[in-house]
Design a protein around this ligand. Structure first.
Ligand SMILES: O=C[C@H](O)COP(=O)(O)O
Length: 348
């Protein structure tokens, strides 16, 4: 059961569903993702996406997760990839600078040294792609991860509800960017979706994108609040048209978090947007993703639906506060055959 994870397995394209040729060609150009500039709001295109078949999406998810064929020896490689695709997050009312510094220390050294050695990682550095914090902790996080290549994401725009004047929400983005955040996770006011107020939603997200400047924009839809997969799909389209670099499911504060059918609806919207514009949009499921097993389900979904480029941090992230703890436990089991208690894998 023990042994070095076989990254080669993860590279295999044997089970990847063929992508439309334009998508494959664009993806093959390499890791330099051309940023989505957005496009004019095209309500005809948005509305063309309105027929969403929930049971078909659920069936597809069922098939993907049932027939998943990640062998035990290869699971460790996939789990290491899950770590590298993570926005390690703390978004609690009792966050402090000290807690954020501890989270960042965990991001810099996510695995215990004995585990790193037992996994035979050598000099390979495995780290989360980003840490994700509230605005007041951006400067602390930037300082704590300096020189590591870990990005700092700030949740802005009156997270988690997005219910503040637009000027206040834009000022929050500008403040986070000024403090050094290079990724901004914004939330949309869900009421704009219920009212099909697509022009207002588009204008707000476009203003968020402008305020971000070079920082990448992730648009959180709050899918658990949106009631239907049609709303999720249409809001996804508007967000991408307005210039989102990523679309993200949830804040982690809704009563329903990221689910695979919702993820599949968003991924299909990403595919449609690409077919129309040629741009590659990232996807971030977030909220309630706390087990290694579930992270593998998400990776299989991305690999099968969009292909290998969406297993890179430029195009895929998990937003998660406790997933790393379970992955570490599973990796420990992989090398030792035993599970340890969660407290052996301390988080923030
Ligand atoms: O954006 C990330 C989420 O807030 C994290 O949610 P979680 O605490 O359920 O992992």
């Amino acid at each position: 059961m023990s042994g070095k994870p076989r990254e080669a397995e993860l590279q295999s394209s044997a089970t990847v569903m063929p992508l439309p040729s334009r998508l494959a060609a664009n993806a093959a150009e390499g890791h330099g993702i051309v940023r989505n500039p957005g496009m004019a709001l095209d309500l005809g295109f948005v509305e063309s996406m309105r027929n969403v078949n929930r049971s078909a999406l659920e069936r597809r998810v069922g098939t993907l997760t049932k027939r998943r064929s990640i062998k035990a020896d290869n699971q460790a490689a996939w789990l290491l990839r899950s770590i590298s695709l993570m926005d390690l997050t703390t978004l609690n009312s009792n966050d402090t600078d000290e807690r954020v510094r501890r989270l960042c220390a965990k991001a810099v050294y996510p695995l215990r040294r004995d585990l790193v050695e037992a996994l035979g990682l050598g000099d390979t550095v495995i780290r989360p792609a980003a840490v994700c914090v509230y605005h007041p902790f951006v400067a602390t996080a930037v300082d704590a991860v300096k020189g590591t290549g870990i990005h700092v994401a700030a949740v802005s725009t009156a997270f988690p509800h997005g219910l503040a004047p637009l000027s206040t929400r834009i000022a929050e983005i500008e403040a986070s960017v000024a403090d050094g955040a290079d990724e901004i996770d914004v939330v949309i006011p869900r009421g704009l979706v219920f009212g099909a107020r697509w022009q207002e939603l588009y204008d707000e997200i476009k203003a968020f994108r402008a305020a971000c400047g070079e920082a990448h924009l992730k648009v959180i839809l709050g899918t658990g609040d949106l009631a239907t997969l049609r709303n999720v799909t249409l809001a996804s389209m508007v967000a991408m048209m307005a210039g989102a670099d990523f679309i993200k499911t949830s804040t982690g504060k809704e009563s329903v978090n990221a689910t695979l059918p919702v993820g599949l609806a968003m991924v299909r919207a990403i595919r449609a947007y690409h077919e129309q514009t040629g741009y590659l949009i990232g996807f971030k499921p977030a909220g309630g993703i706390s087990t290694a097993k579930v992270s593998l389900d998400w990776l299989v979904l991305m690999k099968e639906e969009l292909g290998r480029p969406w297993l890179e941090p430029e195009l895929f992230r998990f937003g998660a506060s406790s997933l790393l703890t379970d992955i570490e436990r599973q990796l420990e089991h992989h090398v030792s055959g035993r599970y340890s208690a969660n407290h052996r894998h301390a988080m923030a």
